[in-house]
Design a protein around this ligand. Sequence first.
Ligand SMILES: Nc1ncnc2c1ncn2[C@@H]1O[C@H](COP(=O)(O)OP(=O)(O)OP(=O)(O)O)[C@@H](O)[C@H]1O
Ligand SMILES: [Mg+2]
Length: 333
Amino acid sequence: MVAMGSRNMVEVQNLVKRFGSLTAVDHVSFQIHEGEIFGILGPNGAGKTTIINMLFNLLMPTSGKIRVSGIDISEEPFRVKRLLGLMTQETIVEADLTARENLRLFCKLYEIPSQEIDKRVQQGLEDAGLVEFADQRAGTFSGGMQRRLGLVRALIQEPKILVLDEPTSGLDIQNRNTMHNRIRELNRKGATIILTTQYLEEADILCDRIAIIDHGKMVAIGTPLQIKETTGSEKVLELVVGAQDTQRAISMLKSKFGISSVLQGDMIVALLDRKHEREFTRISKMLDSSGITVVSRSMHPPTLNDVFVKLTGARMRDRTGAMRGGQASVRWK
Ligand SMILES: Nc1ncnc2c1ncn2[C@@H]1O[C@H](COP(=O)(O)OP(=O)(O)OP(=O)(O)O)[C@@H](O)[C@H]1O
Ligand SMILES: [Mg+2]
């Protein structure tokens, strides 16, 4: 991560997007500083892609303002377009074109001088590790290869701001890690990066700052650490007890200790403040002496998932479903 400038590269003010009666983006405001990796985190349908599409002028906001590098995008869309590179979520690359043709197409779209094109395309193919596949149709590529091609294509006009809509969804762990490293490297070289993700762990390890979006509303913004501190809790208590004892354990935590807890799957989870944190041993003993079968008990500092639970009352995974597995078979070089 590079030293961050104080300049705002992107300013989003009171952004709203309605589709009929659905408010997909509901009065969202944030600023992205120069040199940041900024994550927009949220479950399926939260409104992430809708925000990105408005940033790229692919969708008109119902209301609100977006400035990129100080320029109002509704006033000077073409100047803004040159500053931004986008890797979309759905059509990552043109399936019927070869890798080389995909890159050439983008050079033309961005009016790269023709004497420059061959050099940039070759560099792009090398950066993506796709030189030997240059003349194969992109539609035949694995998920990981398509993503690599999509990324260099977004970079072809050397944008100041790189926007990646779910760059790692559907990738296996190895391709995901390689994508993370590439994002960090581009950021070190000076690009401001905006990415969306459904993965809390990804946002936590990759992003300088995160905006958490749920049902179109921004529920938290800050560094991962700041967001974790917003729970106001010192520790998270996790208990798994015998199924028949679950409700009794929840009631006892409330009546004997004043601790509110929620059930996540078969796990009882409570956010403990400092006072209760010291009572872990007493809580533990009370459960044992009440004849409750404790399968596991632990305390840990809050994770982003705990924050999400606290802010929205739901687990991220409950909204998102299981992590999608990757089918990419080709490794990054
Ligand atoms: N063109 C459209 N017309 C009507 N509704 C739409 C349109 N585009 C998006 N929506 C709705 O707006 C909401 C937000 O969708 P969006 O695609 O922005 O979510 P997302 O956070 O990107 O989700 P995902 O993680 O699944 O990509 C969803 O309820 C979606 O169904
Ligand atoms: Mg999306």
